[in-house]
Ligand binder design. Structure first.
Ligand code: NAG
Ligand code: NAG
Ligand code: NAG
Length: 502
């Protein structure tokens, strides 16, 4: 069995709360009681990634307390309309969000763009590290993430007016060189309240998280003055093995039974997954073009034993991995060793990937919190990262997280490109945008994800590498020509002496 605990008896209390645990003063009877003590103006750290590992019961209770307002919420994203943290945005209780990603939440986007809330867009790995370090008694730290971008320059729009004019921007960051590289000074976060969703908590407050639902929960739970845990299962002390305690009892102040069901964001089944042959044969012209790019991109796995793939086209390349390949796929929300989508009926809301889709694990996979995930990313332990692009410049700058007036957030992208000496960074993209304009440019005009970070660019027409700051054409598609590549590329490039076909 995958789970050691599955065979054990689980004591469910909560709705049928009785005097089973008179010794614990941490257990409260209801979410209403659990949120007592939260005040207007508080900073709330809310765990979860997408809709996975979100404290739906606590958020729901707080959304029914309109007297508690002017909240600052720290969370990777804000759920979806009517779901997760979005409830507190929609009720008008949150005036400031610290998040990495707006994503598909239209309400969140509107509230930000029409000047109803402040948004401090913060790279995903920086959010979790600000919380982790705050919890560990460290007031600030230097990170490579965001160097040379709006994060460093202080150009991120924080507040708009009702006409969409930027009223307030972020503050520029101090930088400092260590070992020949630049780093940004980031200050820690100190939360007033943390909402933590656990699969199991014992009556003392020791928590165990299941699957990829640990994400932000573990570090958030250690940080705040008031940590409230909602759990699916409340068990006796000792039922969670000491070495399996992810969040220790001393951090936890209140415990309540979770009564809201877990939610799925994107359900995907193995049955929906096509083989490489099927992919290349089926589909329309546009799809086949994408599959061809993904197929070429899959060659980049060679020589690497781990990879992080961006949602969409980069991720598609995994479908072309040869059978028996032992590349471990990392998912930024806390999985090393991502497998296929589950078979129908085996979907599990605690197992999702960075695209919020249901996934399984391969044999030998491991699970961790976001603080460790971004540690391995910035630390250079992931051999390869492949991402999409809005624009990529001849000297290797990447812009892939926003275009002025249409900002979705950088998510983990700035972290993923933050250590290009150790992690090979490959752009996998269509050669031109929807209007037929080259995505490869002399200089990026859109806000950067990273400066001089790209090693290789793969499109349906060509493969380029960036060597000593110069763009070099190394391969041309058999269905294209040097003339076409020249015509469709808006940047100067050198043609390799050893030009190949693919
Ligand atoms: C809202 O909360 C912030 C942070 O606690 C505080 O500085 C500010 O004065 C509050 N604003 C109002 C209108 O209460
Ligand atoms: C801003 O957008 C939200 C969400 O759609 C809406 O409820 C609110 O009325 C809008 N406010 C303004 C000032 O337009
Ligand atoms: C990732 O690729 C797999 C095929 O390998 C596909 O089934 C899945 O839908 C893709 N997910 C995303 C988010 O692109």
């Amino acid at each position: 069995m995958m789970f050691k605990f599955a065979a054990r008896t689980t004591v469910r209390i909560g709705i049928r709360f009785s005097s089973t645990y008179p010794s614990s003063s941490k257990i409260v009877k209801s979410a209403d009681e659990a949120i007592n003590g939260i005040k207007s103006g508080d900073m709330i750290l809310s765990g979860g990634f997408g809709l996975s590992g979100v404290s739906e019961t606590l958020i729901d209770a707080l959304s029914k307390r309109p007297d508690i307002k002017n909240l600052t919420a720290v969370s990777n994203n804000a759920g979806l309309e009517g779901k997760g943290l979005s409830k507190l945005l929609e009720s008008g209780q949150v005036t400031k969000m610290i998040a990495s990603y707006i994503g598909m939440n239209k309400k969140f986007e509107q509230l930000y763009l029409n000047g109803s809330i402040d948004l401090e867009l913060t790279p995903q790995g920086t959010i979790i590290e600000k919380v982790r370090s705050g919890a560990a008694g460290i007031p600030a730290f230097y990170t490579p993430t965001g160097v040379g971008t709006w994060v460093q320059e202080g150009k991120l729009p924080v507040r708009y007016d009702s006409n969409g004019k930027v009223l307030k921007t972020s503050k520029p960051k101090e930088s400092r060189r260590f070992n020949g590289r630049d780093f940004l000074l980031e200050e820690s976060i100190y939360g007033d309240v943390a909402f933590v969703k656990a699969f199991k908590v014992d009556t003392l407050g020791n928590c165990w998280f299941r699957g990829s639902s640990r994400n932000f929960n573990q570090a958030f739970g250690k940080n705040a003055k008031l940590t409230i845990v909602e759990a699916e299962n409340i068990v006796e002390p000792g039922e969670i093995e000491p070495e399996n305690v992810h969040l220790q009892s001393i951090f936890v102040d209140k415990i309540v039974q979770s009564i809201k069901p877990k939610q799925f964001e994107v359900i995907k089944f193995a049955e929906d997954q096509k083989s490489p042959e099927e992919l290349l044969e089926s589909g329309n012209e546009k799809e086949i073009k994408r599959y061809k790019i993904a197929k070429r991109a899959s060659q980049e796995f060679e020589g690497h034993n781990s990879a992080n793939l961006g949602v969409g086209l980069p991720n598609l390349s995994a479908a072309f991995l040869p059978e028996g390949s032992n590349v471990l796929l990392e998912s930024e929300n806390g999985i090393l060793g991502m497998g296929q989508h589950p078979k129908k009926g085996k979907e599990d809301a605690d197992y999702v990937n960075s695209g919020k889709e249901t996934v399984t694990l391969v044999k030998g996979a491991s699970l961790f919190g976001s603080e460790d995930s971004f540690g391995m990313i910035r630390g250079g332990n992931i051999g390869l990262t492949m991402l999409g692009a809005f624009q990529v410049s001849a000297n290797g700058d990447l812009a892939n997280w926003g275009i002025p007036g249409k900002i979705k957030g950088m998510g983990g992208a700035m972290d993923l490109v933050s250590n290009p000496k150790a992690t090979k960074v490959v752009v996998v993209t269509e050669h031109t945008n929807k209007k037929g304009v080259s995505k490869i440019v002399e200089n990026c005009e859109f806000p950067l994800t990273g400066e001089k970070v790209i090693n290789t660019i793969i499109t349906e027409l060509a493969v380029f590498i960036i060597k000593d700051g110069k763009l070099v054409l190394t391969e041309i598609s058999t269905e294209s020509s040097l003339e076409e590549v020249q015509k469709k590329t808006n940047a100067k490039f050198i043609v390799s002496d050893d030009l190949k076909e693919f």
